[in-house]
Design a protein around this ligand. Structure first.
Ligand code: NAX
Ligand code: K
Length: 500
């Protein structure tokens, strides 16, 4: 699993600093000087024409980075105005940085925006622990409302590195420079938006510190799961490649199932079948070519089709409707042995709002693995106890409570495994906010799971592929386009030139 995709919480980052310092490789002030040096290089490269920099320093090490930046800029003859909020603890690295800084600081309360100056925000970073006080909020607001470039050190002051939430108020940066690894707050909204462009600087912390830290959060990018991505083999037949199935809604709502089925088939399932109620068979039949069709109205019908040809994956929920026996279908699939995966989306999630515990018990007692793909509304129906917690915590807790892989959908989709691993998706885009796109996603995940890709990895891959397809298509995307956009992405992932 790729080391470069690791996300570190602020406390894990503090541990990375501590391990680096205790290894003797570099001391704390040395790390701070390297951080300051990197920031200054970026400032000079990106803002060569500004009249000067206003460096705003807090009382901790984030402020310490700011004092190093101010010193280096002054030494280069650049105009600097320095503003301090609180003073560093005696004996701290930040205090050393103050002592080495050739210019004095005014109080932050004296600050007002000066046209032509860029702002270096070094008030709080990883140590932010409570809402900003009025003095800092006022400056954050003034900078947000002014036409001025803001460069934030580590994180925009006010944004929590742990979860991207705003504590009281926050700066909105054009550029955020963080160190060693991204933090969840750089990817989770609203933090991501407030960071502007984010870059990760190497300040000499060795990758070896990640061993003892054992991180559990990652950015969702192909190196996270490429090694598990299903590779077709010459000796496979269609069923051994993986059989995915999708439950259709009634005659007036069959499209969602077809979108999911096409998603599964394009993701590489060798065979895909739609289980349709008798009332919708004619509508489905008229629209399907390579996708197979079977009649399923009752739990008995379901048992029969499963016995005839045990599927590797099921998609239940999209367009299904709540008046038909959706809970019974879910429970029947879970209680029947046979392995494989059940992807539950939309109505399949909502159907259990009055008895979520019954679903979780069935999932935990089942031989099958489950993925739940709720958006926020569906999530709160199934996990009302978790309302009020931040998204990252909610997704992780929901996975533990339910025993399912959770895809908490949004601009920053989170994929949480019951074993505690979490990936945050970073390639989401506005084009995906279109009817039916979630149905395709459920199908793609089922298609990958049907090929025996490990489930959390399959889910991460599905979320990434789905978003990447939309990004490459851009404006005008409708969900019908998505399955057809997958082949070139698969070709890249599989490096087909080398495969055959
Ligand atoms: N050796 C290290 O640990 C390194 C740390 N670095 C910098 O150090 C930063 C973390 O430093 P710190 O842990 O000192 O934390 P911060 O500098 O972010 O915060 C300082 C302290 O302010 C107080 N505080 C937090 N929120 C507050 C609020 N809203 N109002 C008033 N006071 C508040 C807390 O007691 C906190 O410890 C990173 O963001 C990074 O910029 C870098 O210099 C690289 C090396
Ligand atoms: K900051």
């Amino acid at each position: 699993m790729s080391n470069s995709l690791v996300l570190l919480t602020p406390s894990q980052m503090a541990e990375a600093d501590r391990l680096t310092i205790s290894s003797g490789a570099v001391d704390g002030y040395g790390l701070m000087k390297r951080a300051g040096q990197t920031i200054v290089s970026e400032l000079l490269r990106r803002y060569p024409h500004c009249n000067g920099f206003d460096v705003l320093c807090g009382p901790g090490n984030n402020g310490g980075d700011g004092y190093v930046v101010a010193r280096l800029l002054v030494e280069m003859g650049v105009m600097v105005r320095l503003f301090a909020h609180g003073s560093p603890r005696p004996g701290s690295d930040a205090e050393k940085a103050v002592q080495d800084c050739p210019i004095g600081a005014q109080s932050l309360s004296q600050f007002s925006v000066l046209q032509g100056h860029a702002i270096v925000d070094a008030i709080y970073g990883a140590g932010l622990s409570r809402p900003l006080d009025d003095a800092v909020s006022r400056v954050a607001k003034e900078c947000r409302n002014a036409d001025v470039a803001v460069i934030s050190v580590d994180l925009p002051t006010g944004v929590s590195g742990a979860d991207g939430q705003v504590l009281g108020d926050a700066f909105a940066a054009d550029l955020t420079i963080t160190f060693f690894r991204l933090k969840p707050g750089h990817l989770l909204e609203p933090g991501r938006e407030l960071c502007g462009e984010t870059i990760v600087a190497n300040i000499g912390i060795p990758d070896s510190v990640l061993g003892p830290i054992a991180p559990r959060n990652w950015i969702n990018q192909p190196p996270l799961w490429r090694g598990d991505f299903p590779k077709p083999r010459r000796n496979q037949h269609k069923y051994s490649r993986g059989h995915a199935t999708v439950f259709s809604g009634g005659a007036f709502s069959t499209g969602a199932a077809r979108l999911a089925a096409l998603g599964a088939a394009r993701a590489g399932a060798g065979a895909t079948t739609i289980y349709s109620p008798a009332s919708a068979i004619a509508v489905n039949a008229a629209q399907l070519t390579s996708i197979m069709l079977a009649k399923v109205d009752t739990v008995d019908d379901l048992e029969e089709v499963i016995s005839a040809r045990a599927p590797d994956a099921f998609v239940l929920g999209p367009g299904f409707g709540l008046r038909r026996p959706i809970r019974e279908f879910a429970i029947s699939i879970l209680q029947r042995g046979g392995g494989g995966t059940l992807v539950m989306d939309a109505d399949a999630i909502t159907a259990f709002r009055d008895e979520p515990a019954a679903l979780f018990t069935a999932i935990k007692g089942s031989e099958r693995a489950v993925v739940l793909t709720p958006h926020e509304g569906e999530f709160s129906r199934l996990f009302p106890d978790l309302i009020g917690k931040v998204r990252l915590e909610r997704a992780g807790e929901a996975a533990r409570v339910s025993g399912a892989v959770i895809v908490l959908k949004g601009p920053d989709t989170i994929i949480a495994s019951p074993d505690g691993r979490i990936a945050i998706n970073a390639n989401g885009n506005p084009w995906l906010a279109t009817a039916g796109s979630g149905d395709v996603l459920a199908g793609v995940i089922a298609g990958l799971a049907a090929q025996k890709m490990p489930l959390w990895e399959a889910t991460c891959a599905g979320v990434w592929l789905h978003a990447e397809a939309a990004t490459r298509f851009g404006p005008g995307l409708i969900a019908d386009d998505l399955p057809g956009l997958l082949p070139p992405l698969l070709a890249e992932l599989l490096e087909v030139d080398q495969l055959l």
